[in-house]
Design a protein around this ligand. Structure first.
Ligand code: MN
Length: 504
């Protein structure tokens, strides 16, 4: 991913107190370092940095304030090896602005049955020390993740890894900039939203730019640059003859290259992490950008079509979560259905802009007419996608708050070839079943645009929603329609009470 997230790490704090004496505190520090080494050897997506053992309110406040000010610190892990009276943590936890993971583990995996004595008991106290810390976090109403189990256990590593991926995306979003070329597709509701609320809540900004400013960059691309990029296309994709040199549509391929160069220049110069387009505002562009958008997404840019900036930001967030995974992330739309009883499927696609990072095999570079937008035929990548567990996610603006809606799905191979379908596509069966999943999605107000991935699971998105302090709603294997109706009503009440006066 060319537009990689900036370097970030996780700080590891161990709580204790002076009651136990220097020898014990030295052991606590040694064990803490051993656990950090173990986590770093476990293939986790972010490095963990061991910090000195914390034993006083001032040291705790200073440490958590430093974590909150360090631009590379994406989150903190806290663990209480011994007892650490939690009133000492109040001031520090109130100053903490980074995501918090409470690791509820014990240094010794096993009870030393034959040799256990009070020295062991006084050192391995997390069973009650972590409860004291947990009480204070709950007393302060702190959203955090609690991961329980031995620190060498694979399930613990997996849960920590999910949280790290979410923390990396959260850090990446702070101060991130998204460019909106043109406005919204006229009259469309779900792609609108409160950009002030989004910046307050998520930390990213969205601003509009006249498409003429983009066209100026597109027109500035040189023939030499266009030659080089067109050659790169031909070397990268299976290209239909019409688009090759000497082919009827080779000029359209060069036009796509020109648009990509202009878009890339605009986004690079402005330091943007994502963008939106709309086919209703293409003045001065020869084609609706298909291939250029697909390639920019593959490089890590978030994207939303028809002005959908919430999905553009979500696609970017998922790309950062998945930065260490091979499966890719794409902008997606629930496009059309296969409604055979008991074998219902959704065909996910878009007019053009599905990211080739999710493709199965080498994408084909093709050109076809587009009966919308009134522009020249756009060049696009066409491909199928692999089967396997996947998810769709949507951020919904409910007027007074945001909801992150997730549906876990099973991607499936197409039963037959789709020789006349001129766009990239994937097929899936939503969980728990088609009727429940789609009814629940519609009741929850989920958009037709989503971020689609096989790279991360729903737990990672749940962690992300918690970091943002927004509602998380999962449509998964255990969902029922009546259950999700109740959950929506309860969540409405909870979020109204928790954030009703606009406090963040
Ligand atoms: Mn759309």
């Amino acid at each position: 991913m060319k537009l990689a997230p900036s370097p970030s790490n996780i700080w590891f704090f161990t709580g204790s107190q002076h009651l136990y004496g220097g020898d014990t505190l030295r052991k606590v520090a040694d064990h803490s370092q051993t656990i950090v080494n173990g986590l770093n050897d476990g293939g986790l997506p972010l490095p963990v940095v061991a910090k000195p053992v914390l034993t006083t309110p001032d040291a705790i406040h200073t440490a958590l304030t430093e974590a909150s000010a360090d631009p590379e610190c994406a989150g903190v892990i806290c663990w209480m090896h011994t007892f650490s009276p939690a009133k000492m943590w109040i001031r520090g936890l109130k100053a903490l602005t980074r995501p918090l993971l409470h690791l509820h583990t014990q240094f010794n995996r096993d009870l030393p049955w034959a040799s256990i004595d009070m020295d062991f008991m006084n050192l391995n106290q997390s069973a009650h020390g972590d409860r004291e810390f947990g009480f204070m976090c709950s007393r302060l109403r702190l959203d955090r993740k609690v991961v329980a189990g031995h620190w060498e256990d694979a399930a613990v590593h997996s849960a920590v890894a999910d949280w790290m991926r979410a923390a990396r995306a959260w850090r990446d979003g702070q101060g991130a900039r998204f460019a909106r070329f043109g406005d919204n597709m006229r009259q469309v509701a779900v792609t609108e939203g409160d950009k002030v609320a989004a910046e307050t809540r998520f930390g990213y900004s969205v601003n509009g730019y006249g498409v003429g400013d983009l066209v100026a960059k597109v027109n500035a691309a040189s023939d030499k640059e266009i030659d080089a990029l067109a050659a790169e296309y031909l070397g990268t994709y299976e290209t239909v003859p019409a688009l090759r040199p000497g082919g009827d549509a080779h000029a359209a391929l060069r036009e796509a290259a020109r648009i990509e160069l202009g878009m890339r220049a605009f986004l690079d110069e402005g330091g943007f992490k994502g963008f939106t387009t709309t086919f209703e505002d293409l003045h001065g562009l020869a084609q609706l950008p298909g291939l250029p958008v697909q390639r920019l997404m593959a490089d890590g840019y978030g994207f939303g079509a028809e002005g959908d900036w919430k999905t553009a930001a979500l696609v970017r967030a998922l790309k950062v979560m998945a930065a260490d995974r091979p499966e890719g992330v794409a902008f997606m739309e629930d496009y059309t259905y296969h409604l055979e009883t008991g074998a219902e499927k959704v065909l996910g696609s878009h007019m053009l802009e599905i990211c080739p990072s999710i493709a199965k095999g080498k994408p084909r570079l093709e050109i076809h007419p587009l009966g919308i937008g009134g522009k020249a035929d756009p060049v696009r990548l066409v491909f199928d996608c692999p089967a396997g567990p996947a998810l769709n996610a949507s951020v919904v603006d409910l007027g007074n708050r945001f909801r992150l809606l997730v549906n876990t799905v099973d991607a499936v191979e197409p039963e037959q070839d789709l020789p006349n379908l001129p766009v990239a596509r994937t097929l899936w069966k939503p969980q728990p079943d088609f009727a429940t999943a789609t009814a629940a999605w519609i009741l929850a107000g989920g958009a037709h645009h989503t971020a689609y991935t096989r790279a991360v699971g729903a737990a990672c998105l749940e962690d992300f929603a918690e970091m943002a302090g927004i509602e998380y709603l999962l449509i998964g294997p255990d969902t029922t329609v009546s259950g999700i109706k109740r959950e929506i009503r309860w969540n409405d009440l909870y979020h109204h009470l928790a954030h009703g006066l606009g406090h963040t």
